[in-house]
Design a protein around this ligand. Structure first.
Ligand SMILES: [Zn+2]
Ligand SMILES: [Zn+2]
Length: 277
């Protein structure tokens, strides 16, 4: 059975109730992470303890698919590379992402080289393999396949970013689409096309009106409003629409859902951290 565990629904704003953006697709004992927002390893550890999704124990976190290189989606990457190693992960972290991902991973290994050296050679009983990361800069198309899942990256429009992806996870029992950060896009409609779960970013259309012209220009170019998402979901026809990476600006989950529902008649839920779908 394939499960979607929302590890973090947050944004760059440091809301203590919302860890940085990260999603886990769990198939049996295998975990496929999307993005590495701040707090990712601790949220995964909590899911492993409280919800007994033991696959999410830190030492099992060994594969991540990055949507784009905005800091809120990647500042948890050093955490994901190094913390699970100290908790016993022996496999290097496998990292897939847009061009620039391999350079980021390489620079992180350089940045933490003193730590790596001390843990390997300073007397700590550490394993000698789990600190490494194997990075893959990928293009749109099938980027990964094993006996559980086929993972396909697709291009999404995210303002001035040259490369930003959404991902499709196709398993034996479900098709799951994670939007990444995106302006409303036909690419999402095509990728979902009646999918089981569409995990999509969103901001409050009503509250944006209070944000001022500069922010209005930015958000309409980079992100998707509740009303736009409702229209998009009507065309994409997900069996369940999961709102995440929500910008509320004072609204609450019920109000975001209400706004989406004015345009979409299907099932919709506004995710909280550690929600399982
Ligand atoms: Zn972004
Ligand atoms: Zn973002």
């Amino acid at each position: 059975m394939t499960r979607v565990v929302i590890l973090g629904t947050g944004t760059p704003n440091a809301d203590p109730e919302r860890s940085g953006p990260a999603v886990a697709i769990v198939v049996g004992s295998a975990v496929y992470l999307v993005d590495a927002g701040p707090g990712i390893v601790r949220r995964a550890s909590k899911a492993a303890r409280d919800d007994t999704i033991s696959a999410l124990a830190p030492s099992h976190l060994d594969r991540v698919f990055i949507t784009h290189l905005h800091s809120d989606h990647t500042v948890g990457l050093p955490d994901l590379i190094f913390s699970p190693w100290v908790s016993g992960r022996t496999a290097p972290l496998d990292v897939y992402g847009p061009p620039g991902t391999a350079k980021m991973v390489d620079l992180l290994e350089q940045a933490y080289s003193a730590d790596i050296d001390i843990r390997l050679r300073g007397g700590e009983p550490s394993n000698k393999t789990g600190y490494a990361a194997t990075a893959h800069d990928v293009k749109a198309g099938v980027v990964y396949r094993d006996s559980n899942v086929t993972v396909t990256a697709f291009d999404v429009p995210h303002g001035k970013w040259e490369h930003a992806f959404g991902y499709v996870f196709k398993t034996a029992d479900r098709t799951i689409v994670v939007s990444g950060d995106t302006h409303p896009s036909d690419a999402i409609v095509r990728a979902c096309n009646g999918c089981d779960v569409l995990v999509h970013e969103v901001y409050s259309a009503e509250r944006l009106k209070e944000r001022g012209a500069d922010w209005e220009k930015y958000h309409t170019a980079y992100h998707t409003s509740t009303y736009e998402l409702g229209d998009l979901a009507t065309r994409a026809r997900p069996k369940l629409l999961v709102l995440y990476h929500q910008l509320y600006w004072g609204d609450d989950d019920a109000e975001l859902v209400r706004q989406v529902r004015t345009r979409f008649g299907g099932a919709v839920v506004s995710a909280r951290d550690l929600g399982v779908y």
